[in-house]
Design a protein around this ligand. Structure first.
Ligand code: FES
Length: 104
């Protein structure tokens, strides 16, 4: 069953940037790519639970602010040491001026 929720306004995130979204005790990271698409992953690094929204977006990569571990935020795939566990990803859609994510 789908569980769509409005996460933020489109204008809250610039291209090649990331925003934190908290909902019911969970934390997510929402990304806007250089080609203006939106993506969402779990919001904390799988290495030591640092918030990825404090990290750096480069092309389609999020770099963790603590040890510079990297993930492809389109797939969640870890890109190598020190991170080896990938991120969970979520389906995203844009309706009007809002970004929605499917929490299932
Ligand atoms: S906490 Fe993210 S790479 Fe270590």
């Amino acid at each position: 069953m789908s569980h769509w929720i409005a996460a933020c306004a489109v204008d809250d995130i610039e291209q090649e940037d990331v925003a934190r979204f908290d909902h019911e005790g969970r934390t997510f990271a929402i990304y806007r790519s250089p080609d203006d698409a939106f993506f969402a992953t779990d919001g904390v690094c799988t290495h030591e639970k640092v918030h990825l929204a404090d990290g750096l977006v480069m092309d389609h990569i999020i770099e963790c602010p603590k040890h510079n571990g990297r993930f492809d935020y389109r797939t969640g795939k870890a890109q190598g040491a020190p991170v080896c566990v990938s991120l969970k990803t979520y389906t995203v859609k844009v309706e009007g001026d809002r970004v929605w994510i499917n929490l299932d």
